[in-house]
Design a protein around this ligand. Structure first.
Ligand code: 2P0
Length: 325
């Protein structure tokens, strides 16, 4: 009744921003992401009849903010098994939570994978992706490695799940994360998306153009067309921020150095370096580049005033059970 799993965070190139209103945390738009390599969450789950209630620690400390969603995940999967046994969940990130890397994505992907093994449910990866999506939309994508698609619900489907598009080894892009600020964001993604749906004048156009962006992006990936990928990824990112900026109150996730990094990356690309930017619901900038260019890009971004440090990673595998304790 115990197991350990590892999962990596992912970065969306076509962004998820907005949920459907029917519940179940169904995304209102499709998204396409890359799963990272050297950054991971490791989660150990132990079901124990002696435990009076579920327990959750992150990096050795209780984390009440995340515990609610962890317990929701345990409940969903206990129901599938038809048991009521409580669990102790110990989770550890090898990357800083303030680095703007979605730790909820790797965290909930690792959780459902570990619980599946501990309860011997043997669910398909697509089913685990769907369960992870209910806990956090981006977590659905970290069940798979490399390039991953998460299409919003199609007519006739009950639940959306991510699916793999291309393995990491087949196009081993590199990612440089420029850390600009480690302060917590004022309005988190979940609330931000809700406010955008309710108030942003650009929200309807955002929904209408999402499937087209997905098609353009998936073709760029399948063709290993870096120029095409750069163009659609930056466009999706900037459109998502336009929707956020037009929300009431305006959601300004960028700091000054965020914009400086975006300009620097465009200058580098104009100068022949194969690199593009993407920015999520926070100030950090992620620079995606062709293999062999990450060190030079990191040096450039480290030199931008206001950048605190950079992290370099490649693309990696999906969530999996590991033997270590
Ligand atoms: C993404 N983000 O596609 C987008 C881009 C942030 C900006 O997925 O409410 O933590 O838990 O489903 O997954 C962050 O949102 O939101 C996110 P919930 P989640 O990566």
């Amino acid at each position: 009744m115990q197991a350990t799993a590892r999962a990596q965070p992912n970065i969306a190139l076509v962004k998820y921003w907005g949920k459907q209103t029917g519940g179940n945390n169904e995304p209102a738009v499709s998204s396409l992401s890359i799963t990272l390599d050297t950054l991971w969450t490791r989660t150990h789950v132990r079901f124990d009849p002696q435990l009076p209630s579920d327990e959750f620690t992150l990096n050795g400390a209780r984390d009440p903010a995340q515990a609610r969603r962890v317990i929701n995940g345990l409940e969903m999967m206990r129901n599938l098994k038809g048991i009521d046994t409580k669990a102790a969940v110990e989770s550890e990130n090898n990357f800083p939570t303030g680095a703007g890397l979605a730790s909820s994505a790797s965290g909930f992907a690792a959780l459902v994978t570990a619980v599946d093994a501990a309860l011997e449910l043997s669910l398909e990866t697509a089913r685990l992706s769907s369960l992870a999506r209910r806990l956090s939309g981006s977590a659905a994508r970290s069940l798979f490695g490399g390039f991953v698609e998460l299409w919003s619900l199609r007519p006739g489907e009950q639940e959306s799940a991510a699916k793999p598009l291309l393995d990491a080894e087949d196009w081993p892009l590199e990612v440089v994360v420029a850390v600009v600020s480690e302060e917590a964001k004022v309005i988190g993604s979940t609330r931000g998306m809700e406010l955008s749906r309710e108030t942003s004048e650009y929200y309807a156009q955002w929904l209408n153009s999402a499937d087209y962006d997905m098609e353009v992006c998936r073709h760029a990936v399948m063709d290993r067309n870096f120029e095409g990928l750069a163009e659609i990824s930056e466009r999706s990112c900037l459109k998502m921020h336009a929707v956020a900026l037009a929300t009431q109150p305006g959601l300004i996730y960028w700091q000054g150095p965020t914009i400086e990094c975006m300009h620097r990356i465009r200058q580098l690309r104009d100068g022949g370096t194969p690199v593009f930017f993407t920015v999520d619901a926070g100030p950090q900038v992620k620079a995606v580049c062709l293999p062999g260019h990450a060190s030079a890009v990191a040096a450039e971004l480290d030199a931008v005033p206001g950048v605190k440090r950079t992290l370099i990673t490649g693309l990696g595998p999906g969530a999996r059970v590991v033997q270590e304790g």
